[in-house]
Every structure is written in structure tokens, then in C-alpha cells.
Design a protein around this ligand. Structure first.
Ligand SMILES: Cc1cc2nc3c(=O)[nH]c(=O)nc-3n(C[C@H](O)[C@H](O)[C@H](O)COP(=O)(O)O)c2cc1C
Length: 239
């Protein structure tokens, strides 16, 4: 089984998103999957021009010469694709959005109604690639993922696919640089991410139990807010 993780954080390997992806990959690998991590920030991905050349003149092929042809191929060859992104202004990052827009080359332009009676394009791929979402955000409440939850539900419908797991981590600002006192909590969380990777590969689904455990706050909102503000005060004092 091939799992490809597209990471849309501009911070790449140094990001909090990667802390999550790394552990998830470890678990998926242990369960026997071939896992590939793609850092979109390292790829040349220009914005879609809306010319529809990929639909009409050169079906399936985008006119823009950059790294997207290689990425669309990777996408199509994967059994499971993971969209990994931090929350940026209540949405995915611009890097991730450019990537997602350019995936339309993989769709046949013809319209048809889906099972729910809504119009959709036809996929060019025979393979039923399943989707997983991994995200973290800076604020401490889970409500900051509301847009992503709806977005990926809609994206999956668009792609005639399904979301088989969503891992949302609020208060993600401490994943990379956790204070000493929180190291055991983070270490437990990392193990849980490995379990999630295993479940996705073995059962093609994230169990409700694991999802709920993954969403448990590391500390209280008040503690997180106080720590964040203290850190900003210290950084601002050093300017
Ligand atoms: C431009 C920008 C916009 C952001 N918008 C939000 C937001 O709307 N809500 C939120 O909770 N965090 C927001 N954040 C915080 C990031 O989600 C957070 O720092 C995250 O840990 C970054 O992940 P990364 O290290 O993988 O890039 C934003 C950060 C940036 C730079």
C-alpha cells in the first residue's frame, strides 16, 4: 500500500505539522505501508491559470511547466493521500491551496450528478485514492478546524473519494518546542499519532477512540494563553 503525505507548511521539516506527520508516517510504515513525505514548499507549484487547457487541448496535462506533473502522478499512484497543513487564517496554507487547485488536471471535465444529487466532474483515475487530513493550529480550541473539516469533506466529494481520518491538533505551537514539564504529554501524543498511522493502513479508518484521544488538550486554555503571551512578551522585549 502506498501512502503519500503532501505537507503544505512553509516551514517544511521545521514545522509543527511535520512533528505530527513524522509520527504518523512511522506508524503507517510499521503497519507495512510504503510512505512518502512530500514537502510542497520545496516544489515549484505555480497558481492555476484557469485556462482549462488540461481539460480540452491536452486532457490530463497542465500547460504550466513546473513540478505539478510529477505530483499529480504521485497522487494518482497512491492508495492513501494525506493532506497535511497548518491552519492559516482559518484555512489551508496558500501553498496547499495552489496544490489543490492544480489537481483539477486529474479530472475529466464532463458533469454528472453524484449520489447526493450534486454535480461533480468525473475522475480520470481508475484508482480510488482515500484521503486523510493532518493539521495543527496556534489557538488552543478545536473549533479553529471547522473550515478544514467542511473543506475536506467537500474536496473528497469533488474527487469522488472519502476522508478516512482527520487529525486536528489545536495548541500546536508547543509541538516542536514543548516546555520540559510537558515532554511526557507530548511523548504520549506522538505514540498516539503512530497508532493513528497504523490504524489508517490496517483498517482504512481512524477509530473514534483514537481520534478523541488525539484531540485531548495538552494543558488548559488559560495555561496555554498565559504561556503564549509570556513568550510573545519575551520575544518583543528582545527586538
Ligand atoms: C499567516 C498565518 C496565519 C495563521 N492563522 C491561524 C488561524 O487562523 N488560527 C490558528 O489557530 N492559528 C493560525 N496560525 C498559526 C499556525 O497554525 C501555527 O503556528 C502552526 O503551528 C504552524 O504550523 P507549522 O509550524 O507546521 O507551519 C497562523 C499562522 C500564520 C503564519
Amino acid at each position: 500500500m502506498k501512502v503519500t503525505i503532501f505537507n503544505g507548511s512553509p516551514r517544511g521539516k521545521k514545522g509543527n505539522t511535520h512533528v505530527m506527520v513524522k509520527e504518523f508516517s512511522k506508524g503507517a510504515g510499521q503497519a507495512g505501508a510504503e510512505v512518502e513525505n512530500v514537502f510542497l514548499v520545496k516544489k515549484k507549484i505555480r497558481p492555476c491559470r484557469g485556462c482549462f487547457t488540461c481539460w480540452i487541448k491536452t486532457p490530463g496535462k497542465c500547460i504550466i511547466k513546473d513540478d505539478m506533473a510529477e505530483l499529480i502522478q504521485k497522487f494518482g499512484e497512491s492508495d492513501i493521500v494525506v493532506f497535511a497543513t497548518p491552519v492559516y487564517v482559518d484555512n489551508v496554507t496558500g501553498i496547499m491551496k495552489n496544490f489543490m487547485d492544480r489537481l483539477i488536471a486529474g479530472l475529466d471535465p464532463h458533469f454528472e450528478k453524484d449520489e447526493g444529487g450534486e454535480c461533480v466532474h468525473i475522475s480520470r483515475s481508475e484508482k480510488q485514492t482515500k484521503l486523510v487530513v493532518i493539521s495543527n493550529c496556534g489557538f488552543p480550541e478545536q473549533s479553529h478546524f471547522q473550515v478544514l473539516e467542511l473543506l475536506f469533506k467537500r474536496v473528497a466529494r469533488n474527487m469522488r473519494s472519502e476522508v478516512i481520518g482527520e487529525i486536528y491538533r489545536s495548541g500546536g505551537g508547543i509541538l516542536r518546542e514543548a516546555p520540559l514539564i510537558l515532554k511526557p504529554v507530548i511523548s504520549k501524543y506522538k505514540k498516539l499519532l503512530q497508532t493513528a498511522g497504523m490504524e489508517i493502513v490496517e483498517k482504512q479508518r481512524l477509530s473514534e477512540e483514537t481520534r478523541l484521544r488525539l484531540e485531548k488538550p495538552f494543558i488548559s486554555d488559560e495555561q496555554y494563553i498565559a504561556a503564549a503571551n509570556e513568550r510573545f512578551d519575551a520575544l518583543l522585549a528582545n527586538v
